[in-house]
Design a protein around this ligand. Structure first.
Ligand code: NAD
Length: 256
């Protein structure tokens, strides 16, 4: 379905971004990966879908590096047809103890990077009158949890940015939507499970149950594969008039 299209997924060396890259590649899209850590493993895994893969290691907290990444994608593939703004980090602490530099980096990586990549991707999408911008927000773009001030502020911002992007391009073939996952067992969440186990002196399994039990009625993690399937839906012809939504995959978290 996506043969001949190029998808750039930020923060795709691991977790949800890698899952979405797999789902788009399985539909035939060429992929530009981004993120820290090992890139060779993810590159080879995506190439196994028979598509072309590139990697750019831009630090998404730095606008100039984002510009270099978008220019690289255009040079390699002509343009970005599908932009998935996914890179994100977390820090858990009460506001009065929240390290100021962590606040700044969370806002830069989780929110401002989506603005920069979007502003740079839009001209080519509008020129061809087709584009898909998918922002990986979070359930924390819709509701809050204590000790996640920067993350919740950034993710609410991402949901707002999603709506504005959708509205500004509403009469065109460019759509913008947000995905709002509940808990997904990626390295980002594993750290929170480990911290809970350590703080309460309980096993990893008990900590996992506690984490899910506090928020997620299904008592199941959402998977990167499920999120990838939703991204594919946004890119399908049926997603043509889905504009500015914040779509939860949260095991009932926000239904409560
Ligand atoms: P992860 O830690 O597995 O992956 C994060 C990715 O972002 C990695 O590829 C990492 O290298 C990259 N990254 C981090 N800082 C970067 C930077 N400065 N520049 C470029 N890349 C950077 O985490 P994940 O759980 O897959 O998270 C992906 C997105 O999903 C994030 O935006 C996160 O907020 C969101 N999310 C996660 C969950 C969850 O439960 N895991 C829930 C809701 C939303």
């Amino acid at each position: 379905m996506l043969q001949g299209k190029t998808a750039l997924v930020t923060g795709s060396t691991s977790g949800i971004g890698l899952g979405i890259a797999h789902a788009l590649a399985a539909q035939g899209a060429n992929i530009v990966l981004n993120g820290f850590g090992d890139a060779e493993g993810p590159k080879a895994a995506i190439a196994a879908h028979g598509v072309q893969v590139r990697y750019h290691g831009a630090d998404m907290s730095k606008p100039q590096e984002i510009e270099a990444m978008m220019a690289y994608a255009a040079q390699e593939f002509g343009r970005v047809d599908i932009l998935v703004n996914n890179a994100g980090i977390q820090h858990v602490s009460r506001i009065e103890n929240f390290p100021v530099e962590r606040w700044d980096s969370i806002l830069a990586i989780n929110l401002s990077s989506a603005f920069h990549a979007t502003r740079l991707a839009l001209p080519a999408m509008l020129a061809q009158n087709w584009g898909r911008i998918i922002n990986v927000a979070s359930i924390h773009g819709l509701v809050a949890s204590a000790e996640k001030s920067a993350y919740v502020a950034a993710k609410h911002g991402v949901v707002g940015l999603t709506k504005v992007t959708a509205l500004e391009n509403a009469t065109t073939g460019v759509t913008c939507n947000a995905i709002c996952p509940g808990w997904v067992l990626t390295p980002l969440v594993q750290k929170q499970v480990d911290a809970k186990a350590e703080a309460l002196g309980i096993s990893n399994e008990e900590a996992t149950k506690k984490l899910l039990g506090e928020k997620e009625p299904s008592m199941q993690f959402t998977t990167p594969e499920e999120l990838g399937a939703l991204a594919v839906f946004f890119c399908s012809p049926a997603g043509n008039n889905v504009r500015g939504v914040a779509w939860n995959m949260d095991g009932g978290w926000t239904a409560q």
